[in-house]
Design a protein around this ligand. Structure first.
Ligand code: CP
Ligand code: NVA
Length: 317
């Protein structure tokens, strides 16, 4: 069974096909593919969501299927039914399960007994659906990905992890992450992205110096300093991340063709200034819009994989 729990669950070639398909879908009729006709997809959210949930509901609908969105508290999960038992039951009704959750091990548990594809709609570790739309957006903005440097400024979090893996697979020229000490992306992901980069020509760098990272960069990317589930650390984080804000000065240091990205939701005047967010270099709304075709292409691919592809599916982690 093939799942999409990590940006590392697809090969570089498969990812390229997915992104190309997403671009085709974006520029075609909404209902060009009806692969989910007569099928239902379960969307379970243990954390809030605007983009991911609405994009998945719309994607499933446009593919001809029926999306069933549920907060975990509405399920017996909340009363102690295991994820493994839930997956076995839902496999009898649905064509795929999408889960937004906390620990990555919750996705692993669901996938363990699921006989239908499981998709990570964000965990504390990764946000692979976001990264697909991010690399799709970079592909739309720049002709030659091998000449693009992405500078990610801020917290080495789930969004950063998936961007590293997905960007490395896409053959982005360089991804440089600048974080305060103690907030860097985790070592196994940095090492894995670097290993992928050896094959695709992507250089991976991590620094504590936001000026060095942003100087000459073609893409400035940031995310919130306090992710969902870290609310208690909010004050500490606000004090630590100040130098990593993306504002007009950061943009001045970047390449003349630089674009600004943010996965959203944003905290204006924290990790990004309103001036930059609403300014001409931001491609943030395009990036948000791309969540729909990216997730549509992903769902189509997962439910139409033939037996051979499923059997060969590599689970890299
Ligand atoms: N970027 C993103 O995943 O947004 P939501 O939390 O609104 O889904
Ligand atoms: N890092 C953020 C991303 C939100 C889409 C979080 O996990 O809350």
């Amino acid at each position: 069974m093939r799942h999409f729990l990590s940006s590392d669950d697809v090969t570089p070639a498969e990812q390229a096909v997915l992104i190309a398909r997403a671009i085709t879908m974006k520029n075609s009729s909404k209902t060009m593919s009806r692969v989910l006709e007569g099928s239902s997809v379960g969307l379970i959210f243990e954390k809030p969501s605007t983009r991911t949930r609405i994009a998945f509901e719309t994607a499933v609908f446009e593919l001809g299927g029926h999306p069933i969105s549920l907060r975990a508290a509405e399920l017996q999960l909340d009363r102690g039914e295991t994820l493994e038992d839930t997956a076995q039951v839902l496999s009898g009704y649905l064509s795929a399960i999408v889960l937004r959750t906390f620990g990555q091990e919750r996705l692993d548990a669901l996938a363990e007994t699921s006989s239908i594809p499981v998709v990570n709609a964000l965990s504390d570790l990764e946000h692979p659906c976001q990264a697909l739309a991010d690399v799709m957006t970079v592909t739309e903005c720049f002709e030659d990905l091998s000449k693009v440097t992405i500078a990610y400024l801020g917290d080495g979090n789930n969004v950063c992890h998936s961007l590293l893996l997905c960007g490395a697979k896409a053959g982005i020229g360089k991804i440089i992450v600048a974080c305060p000490k103690g907030f860097e992306p985790i070592e196994p992901i940095v090492e894995r992205a670097a290993a992928i980069g050896m094959e695709t020509g992507c250089k991976i760098r991590v620094t504590n110096d936001p000026v060095k990272a942003s100087t000459g960069a073609n893409v400035l990317y940031t995310d919130v300093w306090t992710s969902m589930g870290q609310e208690e650390e909010k004050e500490v984080r606000r004090n630590v991340f100040g130098d990593y804000r993306v504002d007009f000065k950061t943009l001045e240091r970047a390449a003349p063709d630089a674009v600004v990205m943010h996965c959203l939701p944003a905290h204006r005047e924290e990790e990004i200034s309103t001036e930059v967010m609403d300014g001409p270099r931001a491609v943030i709304w395009q990036q948000a819009a791309n969540r729909l075709p990216a997730q549509k292409a992903l769902m189509e691919w997962l439910v139409t994989l033939d037996g051979e592809s499923r059997k060969d599916g590599r689970r890299v982690r």
